[in-house]
Design a protein around this ligand. Structure first.
Ligand code: PBG
Length: 309
């Protein structure tokens, strides 16, 4: 019997996600043994610098991909959000399981909503995308960077001078803390989620046909279809996860509906497009084209330039 070695970051969230995938595979009747190998990534090591400043792309996946090439591991479970829009030659996303909650969660010390926060309140986030949209809704609040895994960010909110933080609902829910601590889930109308937020990407070697077939058992059509529209949009604007770009797609009957956003990190310029269509790649492309026609490429390039300084 083949034993499948799965690479995972060592954070509790990453391990929980990996265990969830093993569980799904077992439920789907995959007759293999599984072992988890914990791998430290650059993104886990650098905690003192804003992620965008150390080159967001692939920060959480590179070391893991190397172990896949070296055959130290057979596959890896990643947060889709952390995946660069193009994979290295020889590796593929072989399966996209059903998506967890796509929204951002607003968690505040006094359990007050974003709308009801006192003037000048301090909101913790290191995501330019979240900062831009929080500022667009509440230009008077102060955004303060906050880094670390979910547990660290929740602790820092209590111990340091943050009034609230914004983080992915999916992470909290997967850890079992959703209902308990979330003040409000931010609807995509108010805060468009990161491309792929809440979804997982299972990556393996392109030539591992046996494993690819097995992983197909837990592929979710709806998630794969909608995420494909989101990622096409992201890819065509060449934005990493730390540039204020957002995209969320859902289905309405047989059509993909993509809400796409490009903003400046101060939230003063916000471009939004809603594109519908049957073909997810076409929908993603149309959204990128409409954005470019409105000058989005300049916003993206300026954001990148700022990061390079
Ligand atoms: N940026 C890091 C990261 N990558 C995936 C998640 C959470 C799970 C997900 O979005 O699927 C997080 C934490 C966060 O954004 O709060």
């Amino acid at each position: 019997m083949r034993k499948i070695v799965i690479g995972s970051r060592k954070s509790n969230l990453a391990l929980t996600q990996t265990e969830w995938v093993i569980d799904q595979l077992k439920k789907a009747g995959v007759p293999y043994e599984f072992e988890i190998k914990k791998i430290m990534t650059k993104g886990d090591k650098i905690l003192d610098v804003t992620l965008s400043k150390v080159g967001g792309k692939g920060l959480f996946v590179k070391e893991i991909e190397q172990e896949m090439f070296d055959k130290e591991i057979d596959m890896a479970v990643h947060s889709m959000k952390d995946m660069p829009s193009q994979l290295p030659e020889g590796l593929i996303i072989s399966s996209i399981p059903v998506r967890e909650d796509h929204r951002d969660a607003f968690v505040s010390n006094d359990n007050v909503s974003l709308t009801d926060l006192p003037e000048g309140a301090v909101v913790g986030t290191s995501s330019l995308r979240r900062a831009a949209q929080v500022l667009a809704a509440r230009p008077d609040v102060e955004i303060k960077s906050i880094r670390g895994n979910i547990e660290t960010r929740l602790r820092k909110m209590k111990e340091e001078d943050y009034d609230a933080i914004v983080l992915a609902a999916a992470g909290l829910i997967r850890m079992g803390w959703g209902e308990e601590i979330v003040t409000e889930f931010l609807d995509p109308d108010l805060c468009v989620p990161a491309v792929g937020q809440g979804a997982l990407a299972i990556e393996c070697r392109e030539d591992d046909q046996e494993l690819r077939e097995l992983l197909q058992k837990i592929n979710d059509q709806y998630t794969a279809h909608t995420v494909s529209a989101e990622r096409t949009f992201l890819h065509l604007l060449e934005g990493g996860c730390q540039i204020p770009i957002a995209g969320y797609a859902h289905m309405e009957k047989d059509e993909v509906v993509l809400t796409a956003l490009v903003a400046t990190s101060d939230g003063k310029t916000v471009l939004k497009e809603v594109v519908k269509g049957k073909n997810p790649v076409e929908v993603g492309r149309e959204a990128a084209e409409r954005m470019k026609a409105r000058g989005a490429q300049k916003i993206v390039d300026d954001a990148k330039e700022e990061l390079d300084q």
